[in-house]
Design a protein around this ligand. Structure first.
Ligand SMILES: Cc1cc2nc3c(=O)[nH]c(=O)nc-3n(C[C@H](O)[C@H](O)[C@H](O)COP(=O)(O)OP(=O)(O)OC[C@H]3O[C@@H](n4cnc5c(N)ncnc54)[C@H](O)[C@@H]3O)c2cc1C
Length: 331
């Protein structure tokens, strides 16, 4: 498969990038590491006239902590560098695990955090060449009126499978968005939409410049079940972050990925742990309760019933790992 022709822009500053985005309008696509976007171009799922590379922009670089203890991660940072960054390893081991779970080492060497946060949803139908898709009925994403993953769905139910996202949501991360109109900040949990096509809140001409993680000492874990570790998207993933002790937990967030069109907060298991503490019995009860939060699970790569059983096992693993983990160092 060959790339279609496009103009290539490599602005030297964020202001130049935003001005170029405004000038070209909807025909421009933001390019991070290109590990997903270039494939989508080859599959003819997207047809931008111009690509605007943001990976080298100085304003999208760096990992730092401000005076209030907030961790800022530039959206142009490469995943390879983030997975081994001392600040991330020391404060947020679950986030480091999640970043390490993205694709292979080669993919992470190119991929950026901003690209992972804006990863389009996927399904078995759109993952094929234009010729192959032409032998089937088009779907919502390809100008048809059917969803190949959930036949009765009134919109696109392709799956959200960006591995860093569940981990960042458990840490209450926020995203910084910039356009020529100014800057705004959004909770990452509010950034995603339950629609496989318009899957996030980015406005035209806007890009992500950084992710902000508030201060706080939480134990954190990320686990992923995939066909081949070290390459594949997850059948299901689960991130957890816990504050307080095993006996008296203060807060617990559990977020599942690769089970639906948006990352999914699991309320029921968290309520059980907060009420009963982290014990063998409460972990079993929490794992059993996970099913109640799952609702409609996207039938992608595995049947939904299997995914529900899988999430039950992932909840058990995450809670056991959190129970054993030492509290990260103070800020
Ligand atoms: C073999 C293979 C395996 C993979 N496995 C996984 C996996 O297991 N888990 C996983 O999460 N991903 C996986 N991926 C997908 C992809 O590599 C990663 O999600 C990666 O992090 C995307 O980052 P990128 O910088 O390459 O994004 P790009 O491909 O450059 O861009 C992806 C999207 O983000 C947008 N974008 C990029 N940067 C910004 C920004 N700063 N602001 C706004 N929009 C932006 C682009 O316009 C595009 O829509 C895999 C890819 C391959 C090829």
């Amino acid at each position: 498969m060959q790339l279609p022709p496009f103009e290539y822009h490599r602005p030297a500053s964020l202001d130049e990038a935003l001005a170029t985005l405004d000038r070209i309008g909807n025909d421009a696509a933001v390019l991070g590491g290109g590990t997903d976007l270039l494939i989508n171009l080859k599959l003819r799922l997207e047809r931008p006239a111009a690509l605007l590379s943001v990976r080298e922009l100085p304003e999208l670089a760096g990992v730092s902590v401000d005076a209030a203890g907030t961790l800022r991660i530039g959206a142009g940072e490469r995943l390879t560098d983030l997975a081994t960054h001392p600040l991330i390893l020391a404060r947020h081991p679950g986030l480091a695990q999640a970043i390490r779970a993205v694709g292979s080492q080669h993919v992470r060497n190119m991929a950026t955090l901003g690209g992972n946060l804006c990863l389009p949803t996927r399904c078995w139908y759109t993952n094929q060449s234009e010729n192959w898709r032409g032998s089937q009925i088009p779907c919502w994403k390809t100008e048809g009126q059917v969803c190949h993953v959930i036949k009765t769905a009134p919109n696109c139910r392709a799956i959200h499978s960006a591995d860093s996202v569940p981990a960042l949501i458990t840490l209450d991360a926020r995203v910084l968005l910039r356009s020529s109109r100014g800057e705004r900040e959004l909770r990452l949990a509010d950034f995603y939409r339950d629609d496989g096509i318009e899957n996030n809140a980015l406005l035209p001409g806007e890009l992500i410049t950084a992710v902000l993680i508030p201060p706080g000492r939480a134990r954190s874990v990320f686990v992923k079940a995939a066909a081949r570790t070290g390459l594949d998207y997850g059948y299901a993933t689960l991130a957890g972050a816990l504050t307080g002790s095993n006996r008296a937990p203060k807060s617990l967030l559990l977020v599942a990925g690769s089970v639906g069109t948006v990352p999914l907060l699991l309320h029921k298991p968290a309520q059980i742990i907060l009420a009963q503490g982290l014990t063998e019995a409460s972990i079993e009860a929490a794992a059993d309760a996970a099913r109640e939060d799952l609702g409609e699970v996207t039938n992608l790569f595995t049947p939904p019933g299997y995914k529900k059983r899988l999430v039950r096992g992932l909840v058990r693993r995450v809670l056991n790992d959190l129970r054993r983990q030492k509290l990260p160092d103070a800020d």
